[in-house]
Ligand binder design. Sequence first.
Ligand code: 0X9
Ligand code: CA
Ligand code: ZN
Length: 324
Amino acid sequence: PRAAAPGDYHTYGETLAAVADAEARYPDLVSSQVIGRSHQGRDIVAVKISANVAVDEDEPEVLFTHNQHAREHLTVEMALYTLAELTAQYGTDAEITELLDSREVWLIPSVNPDGKVYDQESGSFRSWRKNRQPNSGSSAIGTDLNRNWAHQWGCCGGSSGSPSSDTYRGTAAESAPETGVVADFVRGRVIGGEQQITAHIDFHTYGELVLWPYGYTYADTAPGLTQDDADAFEALGTALADTNGYTPQQASDLYITDGSVDDWMWADQGIFSFTFEMYPTSSLGGGFYPPGSVIDRETSRNREAVLTLLDYADCAYRIIGKEA
Ligand code: 0X9
Ligand code: CA
Ligand code: ZN
């Protein structure tokens, strides 16, 4: 197939329009809110999907984040697929109906809107990864949002201190406004001392992988990650990978990263957090820019994984027979 063109993927504006359309069509099921703004002032939007969406019910919450990395446009399509599928099938598909009756789903379709616009909207793709925040004392632009989270930030050689690097970690944890906006949103889901969000997937491309914490160390257990925790992550990650054919592994088995979102979600918030690397497995499939003809197949490929995570959101330890 031919290479992708920028028009093959929803733009940031088209993404917000699709969210607004879903909200208008399914007002009892979909509600969006602006949770903050990017460096250049674009809205960062969270979409809630649940029965009785206007009510904050006492149900397990599941978060899906997308597009931390600018050029990973397929991940935004993944958010729009999940939104379309959950809304269209509520009241029709028994499993989706039951899940939306008992869970609250949050989608953040674009964590990095400035990067997405920069990568997509000049006429040809620019292979941009980071946000678009200037760095003082350097002409290089941008922080790697997935090295800017506040657990073991910059600890372990899994990020760079050079602004010109594609894995620049920023000047401090949450120095990028986009990281801070999403972290504040997650902290805001602590109600009565209890984090409501129990499970999370951060979508990336590419590699066809299901990854779990920690990324900062090769160790299987570490502070805040017991043997039971590690066993539950491995069992659930493997179950998710069984549905989509991805390869399951601890994040550090890919390479060491520090300040990545999944380590913070788990260590700081107790959220069972996975990173999915979507299609393709290699640059032969188009790398970050697979043709638009694969979007439907490669987003629906994660349907069962999304539903499985929603299912286990009541208690992930259920998968190793150790319900809390
Ligand atoms: O390097 C990254 O941030 C991810 N790969 S990507 O090509 N999408 O940039 C992988 C992160 C793996 N590590 C953790 N998830 N902790
Ligand atoms: Ca509800
Ligand atoms: Zn990525």
